[in-house]
Design a protein around this ligand. Structure first.
Ligand code: ARG
Length: 508
C-alpha cells in the first residue's frame, strides 16, 4: 500500500517513476520488462526494469556455472550427511543439478536476467525440473558464501591454466635459446650498446621473468584455496553444517576461519590479477623488444608473416601488430587490477553488492593474458632471428671498452684509473672513426705504459663473452647449462619439448 499523497517527502511516486522508466526502456528493446518480485514476501512491488537490468550479472557470471553446480552438489551431499535433507532428497537434487549442467554444456540453458545471476538461474532451472524439493538446496547457504566459493574455485583453476601457458612459452624460449647459443648481440643499458651477450642468454632472461609470474600465480592459487562455504550470508548458520566435508569435496585445504571475512573479502582476486598484471608487464616488455628488433634500424628479427600485418596504404610495410597489441593490452590488465582495488577500497564488512563487480575484471585479466601468451608463443616460435645484423651491431659502439679497462685492472692498475684511460682511447678512436682494435699499440701506450700487444686479444667479442664465466653469466658453458636446467624444469611440469619443437615452425 502506498500513500504517496500523504508522504510529500517521497521524491517520486513509484508508479510514476516506473511509467517513465518503462517508456525509456521501450527505446531499448533488450532491456527486460519488470516482473513480479523474485524476492518473496517482503516485497509488494515488482522490481524496476532499469534496476533489474542494472543489477543483473548473469551475462558475466554464467561463466561460473560449472563451479556453481560443483559447489551445490558438495553442499547438498553434506546436507544429507548431517541429516538436514534426506538421502533421497539429496539424490533428486544432485540428479537435477547434473541435468542442468548437461543443459548448460549443450548450450541450451535459457539464461534470464530476471533471475539475476548464475546462482538463481541454476537454482530455478533445478526447481523447474525436480519440483519443490529443489528449494531445499539453499538451506544453510547464502549467495554470499556461494559466490565467494565459486570465484575461489574458478580462479584457482584459472591460475593453474595460465601457469601452464607460461610453461609452454618458457619451453619455446628454451628451444629458441638452444638454436641461438652461438649468436652474439649487443646487450644494452639505457638502450645504448653496452657489452656483448649471447642471444640465448637474452631469451633465457625472458624465461626467468616469466618463471616468477608463474610462481606468483601458483602462490595466489595456493593461498586462495580455503572454503567460504558454510559461512552463509555473513554469520554462518543455525544448521549443523559440516564445513570440513564440503571443503574437502571441493579440493580446498580447509574451511575459512572467519565467516565475515569469508564472504566479505576479495583479496585473493587482487593477488591473482596482481600476478597477471605483472605477467602482462613482462609480456609487454618482451613485445617491445620484438617491435624494436624488427625495425629496419635494428633488424635483429624478422617476424613471421603469420604474426604480422600489412598496411592498407604502404605496400612495403610489414608491421609487428601482434607484439604491439601484446604491449597495448597490458593497459587493460593493469586497469583490471586498479578496478578491483578501487572496488574493494572503503567496503565495510561483510558482503556488499559492490563485490559483484569483481567478475568482469578477473575474467578480462585472465582472458587477455592467456591470449597474449598464446600469441607471443606463436610469434616467438616463428620469428627469424638475424645473427648477421646482430654481429654488425657489435662492430660499432665500443662494446669492448670494458674489456680493455679490465685488462689494465687485471695488471694492477686501479679500475677507476683504467676506466679513465680507456675513456680517452674511446674518444680518440671515435674522433678518427676507428674501433679500439684499430688503434696502434703506440696510441695505447701513450695513454698508459702498462699496455702491450696482448691487450688486443681482449678486444674480441667472443672472448669478451666467454670470459664472463660466472653463475648467471653469458659464457657458452653457463648458457648451455641454463638451457639444460630450463628444459628439465619445464619438462618436469609436463611440457613435452619434442612435441613443442615439432608443432612450432621455428625458422633459424
Ligand atoms: N551476484 C551476486 C554477486 O556476485 C551474488 C551474491 C548476491 N548477494 C546478495 N546479498 N545480493 O556478488
Amino acid at each position: 500500500m502506498h500513500e504517496d499523497e500523504h508522504e510529500p517527502w517521497r521524491a517520486c511516486p513509484s508508479e510514476r517513476w516506473r511509467a517513465s522508466t518503462a517508456a525509456m526502456a521501450e527505446d531499448n528493446p533488450e532491456a527486460p520488462a519488470s516482473t513480479s518480485s523474485t524476492w518473496g514476501g517482503r516485497f509488494e512491488e515488482p522490481m524496476d526494469a532499469v534496476a533489474l537490468r542494472y543489477s543483473a550479472s548473469v551475462d558475466v557470471d554464467k561463466r561460473l556455472a560449472e563451479q556453481d553446480i560443483e559447489g551445490s552438489i558438495a553442499h547438498v551431499t553434506m546436507l544429507a550427511k548431517v541429516g538436514v535433507v534426506t538421502g533421497d532428497e539429496a539424490a533428486t537434487i544432485r540428479a537435477g543439478l547434473e541435468k542442468v549442467r548437461e543443459t548448460i554444456r549443450a548450450g541450451k540453458m535459457a539464461w534470464s536476467d530476471e533471475r539475476e545471476d548464475v546462482h538463481m538461474n541454476v537454482e530455478s532451472a533445478l526447481t523447474e525440473d525436480v519440483g519443490d524439493v529443489g528449494g531445499k538446496l539453499h538451506t544453510g547457504r547464502s549467495r554470499n558464501d556461494q559466490v565467494a566459493t565459486d570465484m575461489r574455485l574458478w580462479t584457482r583453476e584459472a591460475c593453474k591454466r595460465t601457469a601452464a601457458r607460461i610453461d609452454r612459452l618458457m619451453g619455446i624460449l628454451a628451444l629458441r635459446a638452444e638454436g641461438t647459443v652461438d649468436v652474439l648481440l649487443p646487450g644494452y643499458t639505457h638502450l645504448q650498446r653496452a657489452q656483448p651477450v649471447r642471444l640465448a642468454h637474452h631469451l633465457l632472461a625472458w624465461a626467468e621473468m616469466l618463471e616468477r609470474d608463474r610462481g606468483r600465480l601458483l602462490d595466489a592459487a595456493k593461498r586462495m584455496n580455503e572454503s567460504p562455504l558454510g559461512c552463509a550470508a555473513l554469520a554462518s548458520t543455525t544448521f549443523p553444517l559440516d564445513r570440513e566435508m564440503t571443503a574437502k569435496a571441493l579440493g580446498f585445504d580447509r574451511p575459512m576461519r572467519n565467516s565475515l571475512d569469508a564472504v566479505g573479502d576479495r583479496d585473493f582476486l587482487v593477488e591473482a590479477v596482481g600476478a597477471l598484471a605483472c605477467a602482462a608487464v613482462h609480456l609487454s616488455r618482451i613485445a617491445e623488444e620484438l617491435v624494436l628488433w624488427s625495425t629496419q634500424e635494428f633488424g635483429f628479427v624478422v617476424m613471421s608473416d603469420a604474426f604480422t600485418t600489412g598496411s592498407s596504404i604502404m605496400p612495403q610495410k610489414k608491421n609487428p601488430d601482434m607484439a604491439e597489441l601484446a604491449r597495448g593490452k597490458t593497459g587493460r590488465v593493469i586497469g583490471d587490477l586498479v578496478n578491483l582495488l578501487v572496488t574493494l577500497k572503503g567496503l565495510p564488512l561483510a558482503y556488499n553488492r559492490d563485490l559483484q563487480e569483481d567478475k568482469a575484471p578477473v575474467f578480462d585479466a585472465f582472458d587477455t593474458v592467456d591470449d597474449t601468451l598464446d600469441v607471443l608463443s606463436g610469434a616467438i616460435a616463428a620469428a627469424a632471428f638475424q645473427p648477421e645484423k646482430m654481429k654488425a651491431a657489435l662492430r660499432e659502439g665500443f662494446l669492448d671498452a670494458t674489456e680493455l679497462a679490465d685488462w689494465l685492472a687485471a695488471r694492477g692498475v686501479p679500475f677507476r684509473d683504467a676506466h679513465h684511460v680507456v675513456g680517452h682511447l674511446v674518444a680518440k678512436a671515435h674522433a678518427s672513426q676507428r674501433t679500439l682494435g684499430e688503434l696502434t699499440l703506440d696510441e695505447l701506450k701513450a695513454e698508459h705504459d702498462a699496455f702491450d700487444e696482448s691487450a688486443f686479444d681482449a678486444l674480441d667479442m667472443e672472448t669478451a663473452v666467454e670470459r664472463r664465466d660466472l653463475p648467471g653469466g653469458p659464457a657458452k658453458g653457463r648458457v648451455g647449462a641454463a638451457i639444460a636446467e630450463l628444459r628439465e624444469r619445464v619438462g618436469g611440469r609436463g611440457i613435452d619439448l619434442t612435441a613443442l619443437a615439432n608443432d612450432t615452425r621455428s625458422e633459424p
